[in-house]
Write a protein that binds this ligand. Structure first.
Ligand SMILES: *[C@@H]1O[C@H](CO)[C@@H](O)[C@H](O)[C@H]1NC(C)=O
Ligand SMILES: *[C@@H]1O[C@H](CO)[C@@H](O)[C@H](O)[C@H]1NC(C)=O
Length: 262
């Protein structure tokens, strides 16, 4: 008696039902992420959400400098003349990172991650790190001059560094404050430059710590884009007293080339 073995017809119809009813999971594409970042940049340029509004989930969150906030209270409601803009896209995490520099009407260096729903069509979180007059080492005009000289060309797919290496490099770098051996885990490149507000540090090892702090840099949120060799981290820089921070790392051929702070 083979009572528990269903007929082939039953199996086939079950498969048909499954394939008809399984939700189609669309990929989170680069194009969708970049289009949303474009809408974000337009919103910051106008000081009003505009088209970005249509991309937000009904319960989206806005946070600024690691604290829950609102669009109305945030820098996004101040129209800024955007002097420089660069976006990377993470199709695995379904998120983007945009670096903005404005010098008028008020100087700002802004790093913003947009987190999307799994299919990419909607934004669940606008996560802004905004530095302005009074922030540590802040000088938007100098930052602008330095980053405009950087070359963030796309990396040939045959030379992509792995997502793991990109994230490990970012983590090793941020661990240097609390872990004396992390310095040697960073694949320093030559040349390597670090833009830190008013200062261009070359080589980027200038001032790099070898442990000493007990407060691990935490709240790490990543956007990783192999296409640009980039790992960007928004975090709480607990090692120096809890400064809201964005660090973006660019690797070329497995070596650290640029570090951009905002
Ligand atoms: C204002 O929004 C419009 C419509 O999205 C956009 O085309 C324009 O570039 C924005 N203006 C600025 C200064 O960003
Ligand atoms: C310190 O960094 C090294 C190199 O990355 C790593 O192997 C080690 O596990 C780290 N130690 C701690 C306590 O995180």
């Amino acid at each position: 008696m083979l009572l528990f073995i269903p007929s082939i017809d039953a199996i086939l119809s079950a498969i048909t039902i499954l394939s008809l009813t399984s939700p189609v999971v669309a990929d989170c594409t680069r194009d969708v992420l970049i289009a949303a970042a474009d809408a974000y940049v337009a919103a910051q340029g106008n000081g009003t959400l505009g088209d970005l509004q249509t991309l937000l989930t009904s319960d989206y969150k806005y946070q600024e400098n690691n604290k829950a906030s609102t669009v109305a209270a945030g820098v996004i409601s101040t129209a800024l003349k955007i002097a420089n803009r660069r976006t990377t896209a993470d199709t695995v995490a379904c998120a983007s990172y945009t670096e903005l520099v404005a010098t008028t009407p008020k100087p700002y260096v802004i790093g913003t991650q947009l987190r999307h729903t799994a299919d990419g069509t909607q934004i669940t979180l606008i996560d802004v790190i905004a530095a302005t007059t009074g922030s540590l080492s802040f000088n938007a005009a100098k930052t602008l001059g330095y980053i405009q000289k950087e070359t963030w060309s796309t990396i040939d797919p045959s030379k992509y560094d792995t997502r793991e290496l990109l994230q490990q490099t970012a983590d090793a770098y941020l661990d240097m404050w609390t872990n004396a051996s992390a310095y040697n885990a960073v694949p320093w490149g030559t040349p390597c430059e670090r833009v830190e507000g008013s200062a261009l540090n070359s080589p980027c090892t200038v001032g790099a710590p070898k442990g000493g702090s007990t407060n691990r840099i935490n709240m790490r949120r990543y956007v990783i884009d192999q296409n640009f060799g980039s790992a960007e981290v928004q975090c709480d820089f607990a090692a120096v007293g809890g400064v809201a921070d964005s660090h973006e790392f660019r690797l070329e051929n497995g070596k650290l080339r640029y570090v951009d702070l905002s």
